[in-house]
Design a protein around this ligand. Structure first.
Ligand code: CS2
Length: 473
């Protein structure tokens, strides 16, 4: 007999103690989340659920998905319920009830939610490419076809277009209650970036009055999030079903560790501060640490690992030369680029990459490299060069990316930004064409030579020998 699907009714029948432990479906949805993928479900939604247990309030989450009907089809029939598996020494299964519903291709409902006084916080996880900005200028890319369509009118499809559309409706309703928009993507000063893009959009849409109203009523704090949450797998769904006795199509698995640092803001919020979220006046230090040490390591190893035919981060750090590479990268380059030592961090990062059963695929990390590498690897490379040091290990990671691009160029599996770079005739022209690469780096002789040397090694000696050589130098 087929296992019944998880819902409030079936959970109440089979596991009433679990239903009692989660949020009820009678609280108001004060949060709109744009981009309700695995990360949000394992991270902000869990912290919100925990905060609601400490301090009840109208902070249920209405989610929006962009990538297809998957999240809506998984969560809506389950009344928003799902399981989070926390991997680590002791595995933990949590039921989450804070999600109310998922909107997919329902722009009118997104607009109505943003316009309603119930909605006081918007959180966002739409990846680096979801902002449709030019990384060289941090301005909106007006030549981007989806943005151009939003600007031409009709139902908006981009995050920036939807936010402007909803905020316009909020203003028209005469709602002056503050609303806070929290970007949670791995970009430098993500809130500041988004605030600028929203202003750009209003400008291009010829609505300076709305731009002004947004400046006065909407805040865009920057945030830093950290938790490794791979794309969910069939195995994870089966494991949860066996445990729960109900089919949960929305289950996710990730690290037990969660970090969220938010630039403090005026305006209401769940009691996040009571469940470990940190509100700070300046996020620069937390941001540089997270993007360079965690994400920088991820991006540096993803391509080298794929070139070595490895599948996951755990497979990678099981090999001595790659574990050594990660340690040295953090100890000698990305750590020191922050201006202080990072010896303990190096150990910790190797441990996180090795988390058993997490199955974090290198191919997942490898996506959108042209947009990820600047804040993860180029920033620390620039700081090291300015301090008179050579970013050898970082440049090996960048060379790994370039080899990966060149190897993949026939297959059409690359995103648009990367495709353009994959066909650049030589390294100099690739660096010059890379919108995320600052001119001072593209023109630095040392930087170019380090990458060229690593590329030669990868081509003639193979990836493992080159990693061994560069780590040993
Ligand atoms: C990863 C991140 O896919 C990637 O680019 O580096 O998703 C990473 O796992 C998270 O930022 C960890 O906090």
């Amino acid at each position: 007999m087929a296992v019944p699907r998880l819902s409030r009714r079936t959970l109440g029948e089979r596991r009433p103690e679990l239903l009692d432990s989660v949020q009820g479906d009678d609280i108001g949805a004060g949060i709109l989340h744009l981009g309700i993928g695995a990360f949000h479900r394992a991270h902000q939604a869990v912290l919100t659920e925990q905060a609601l247990l400490v301090e009840p309030g109208d902070w249920a989450i209405r989610g929006v998905s962009y990538r297809g009907p998957g999240a809506a089809d998984a969560l809506n029939p389950q009344d928003g319920l799902y399981t989070v598996v926390e991997r680590g020494a002791n595995e933990r299964f949590r039921m989450v009830g804070a999600v109310r519903e998922v909107l997919y291709q329902r722009p009118d409902d997104v607009r109505a939610t943003l316009a309603s006084s119930e909605c006081r916080i918007v959180t966002i996880t739409v990846t680096e490419a979801g902002y449709h900005h030019d990384p060289a200028t941090n301005r909106l890319r007006r030549d981007d076809p989806e943005l151009a369509a939003d600007l031409a009118g009709g139902s908006p499809r981009t995050v920036v277009g939807q936010l402007v559309d909803g905020l316009r409706a909020r203003r028209a309703r005469g709602d002056d209650a503050p609303i806070t928009v929290l970007s949670c993507d791995n970009l430098l000063f993500n809130g500041r970036l988004l605030a600028g893009l929203i202003q750009d959009f209003c400008g291009l849409a010829g609505d300076p009055a709305l731009a002004e109203w947004i400046r006065g009523h909407v805040s865009f704090p920057s945030t830093v999030v950290d938790q490794i949450v791979p794309a969910p797998t069939e195995d994870c769904l089966r494991e949860v079903e066996a445990r729960l006795g109900l089919a949960d199509h929305a289950a996710v698995a990730g690290e037990a560790y969660r970090q969220w640092v938010i630039e403090d803001f005026d305006g209401p919020r769940p009691a996040w501060d009571r469940v470990g979220v940190r509100f700070v006046s300046d996020i620069s230090a937390a941001q540089a640490r997270k993007l360079r040490l965690v994400n920088g390591t991820h991006s540096a190893v993803a391509y080298l690992g794929l070139l070595a035919d490895l599948e996951t981060t755990a497979d990678l750090v099981r090999e001595e030369e790659f574990a050594g590479y990660v340690q040295q990268l953090v100890r000698a380059e990305t750590g020191p680029s922050l201006g202080n030592g990072a010896g303990e961090e190096a150990e910790r990062i190797v441990r996180r990459l090795a988390t058993p059963r997490i199955g974090h695929r290198l191919a997942q990390i490898a996506g959108q490299g042209a947009r990820k590498l600047p804040q993860r690897l180029l920033e620390p490379a620039r700081d090291l060069l300015a301090a008179g040091r050579e970013p050898r290990l970082i440049c090996l990671g960048i060379a790994g990316w370039i080899s990966f691009l060149r190897g993949a160029k026939q297959s059409g599996e690359l995103d648009e930004d990367s495709r353009e770079l994959a066909t650049a005739p030589d390294l100099g022209r690739l660096l010059a064409a890379w919108r995320g690469c600052p001119e001072e780096l593209a023109e630095s002789r040392i930087f170019r030579e380090l990458i060229a040397d690593a590329l030669d090694g990868l081509r003639s000696d193979g990836v493992r020998a080159t990693v061994r050589r560069v780590v040993g130098e």
